[in-house]
Design a protein around this ligand. Structure first.
Ligand code: CMC
Length: 436
């Protein structure tokens, strides 16, 4: 970390001695004030629920400028990566810091391909779930279960073991998501086929059956690959911070990733794509485009708790750059499939137009986020709504493991342990039950 010439001074109105706090400069983005010695020197904590102003770590992986609507993986703009690279090249970049040269790329693809199969026991574990279990419940269990297969062979303090764990996770997630899908629809599992690309292989495991081969359509494969690229990492979001905090205890990395899957499930985070499509379906059922006005009224009503899902972001206070790319993919996919007049797509476009012009959304800087469009694309690809967040988890796995490995590889890392402002009862005595 580069120290800044500027220092911050914290002073108190009650005459307590003031304290000088060092600042550090990032390579881009806001400086941070180092408060690590604050408690030791003042006996006080800082208070920041939701981490609105707190950097929990330093990282070299992903940078977001929310005001500009900019997203960089290792310095490269997402727009260039989404158009010039495939998902495995992006995985290599996130894990290693540089884009691969041809030989490195070939080697990486071979390594990932080599790990695509899961232990045969996994399907017996999966069979313990109800067929109608939510895929994210299943994925939380399956990814957690992987830890049992690789516990003794995974020493997180060994850099090579961390790399192998990363490769295994990236390789096996498509297999597990496809297995969760097949189980839900009662079809036989389809084993990976290693002469296909990462994304084409996933589509085949999803849509082939033992009686009918699936021939991947390159436009649709490219669309799915782009979904993976756009969701691959997003710096210290809720699920990534969960993975870091969970992994900071030194736990098994597969278990830490399972914690990330659990966090991602929530509708304010990865579950938003599912929630956005459910919302569109509900508006469609209740009258479609004609009823958008009424729906927007509910969204603006403070007492209704209805949100326009797929809109708004904690960091982007400008158009989400991923949403722009996903919007483009949405048009390509619908055109390829002859679905330009799909009522759901038309509804989404009408909703987007109204929201972008409405003062409620404009004044709060609420723009469509990636999930507003990714649901429409996935639905067109034939992926069921309940599986959307599992697709997100598949893609984000590389980000989680890259961030986890970065943290463990940092000599200064410590177990994460936030503090609190206690507002409960002061000390009191337990009374015998008859006197309570
Ligand atoms: N619909 C209606 N109003 C909204 C929305 C929305 N989607 N998002 C925020 N607002 C309002 C909010 O009520 C508040 O209004 P006021 O100032 O009058 O109280 C104002 O905008 C600021 O919102 P906030 O809740 O302080 O913002 P936040 O940074 O805490 O929340 C968010 C960010 C993503 C949780 C929220 O915008 C949201 O719930 N959006 C819908 C869910 C969604 O699409 N999530 C996916 C995020 S992208 C995928 C990912 O990276 O995980």
């Amino acid at each position: 970390m580069t120290p800044s010439d500027v220092k911050a001074t914290l002073s108190f109105s009650d005459g307590s001695p003031s304290m000088e706090l060092p600042l550090y400069k990032g390579s881009i983005g806001p400086d941070v004030i180092d408060i690590r010695k604050l408690y030791a020197q003042t006996g006080k904590f800082t208070y920041d629920p939701g981490f609105l102003s707190t950097a929990s770590c330093n990282s070299t992986i992903t940078y977001i400028d929310g005001d500009k609507g900019q997203l960089l993986y290792r310095g490269y703009p997402i727009e260039q990566l989404a158009t010039g690279c495939d998902f495995l090249e992006v995985c290599y970049l996130l894990l290693n810091g540089e884009l691969p040269q041809q030989a490195e790329r070939d080697d990486f693809v071979k390594t990932i391909t080599y790990h695509t199969m899961v232990n045969e026991q996994m399907q017996f574990f999966l069979r313990g779930f109800r067929r109608d279990a939510h895929p994210m419940a299943v994925m939380t269990g399956l990814v957690g279960a992987l830890s049992a297969f690789y516990h003794d062979s995974t020493d997180i303090h060994n850099a090579q073991h961390r790399t192998i764990a990363a490769h295994r996770l990236i390789a096996k997630m498509p297999t597990l998501v496809a297995m969760a899908y097949k189980y839900g629809v009662g079809q036989p599992f389809i084993y990976p086929k290693n002469d296909l690309s990462y994304s084409a292989n996933f589509m085949r495991m999803m849509f082939a059956t033992p009686c009918e081969e699936y021939v991947p359509n390159p436009v649709l494969v490219r669309a799915l690959d782009r979904i993976f690229i756009l969701h691959a990492d997003h710096e210290q979001n809720a699920s990534t911070s969960t993975v870091r905090l969970c992994g900071s205890s030194g736990t098994n990395p597969f278990a830490a990733i399972a914690a990330g899957v659990a966090c991602l499930w929530g509708p304010a985070h990865g579950g938003a794509n599912e929630a956005a499509l459910n919302m569109l379906e509900e508006i469609q059922r209740n009258g479609g485009v004609e009823k958008i006005g009424e729906f927007i009224k509910q969204v603006k009503d403070k007492n209704s708790s209805v949100k326009l899902m797929g809109f708004g972001h904690r960091v982007y206070k400008n158009y989400d750059p991923r949403a722009k790319l996903m919007r483009e993919t949405c048009h390509e996919v619908l055109q390829e499939l002859g679905l330009q007049n799909d009522p759901m797509f038309k509804l989404a476009m009408a909703l987007e137009k109204i929201a972008l012009e409405d003062d409620y959304f404009v004044s709060r800087k609420l723009y469509p986020n990636v999930d507003f469009y990714s649901g429409i694309v996935q639905r067109a690809l034939g992926i069921p709504v309940s599986l959307f967040t599992a697709i997100f988890a598949l893609a984000r796995t590389v980000g989680w493991i890259a961030q986890l490995n970065e943290m463990i590889g940092d000599a200064e890392y410590k177990i994460g342990r936030p503090r609190q402002l206690f507002v409960g009862s002061p000390v009191r005595d337990v009374k015998p039950i008859a006197e309570r």
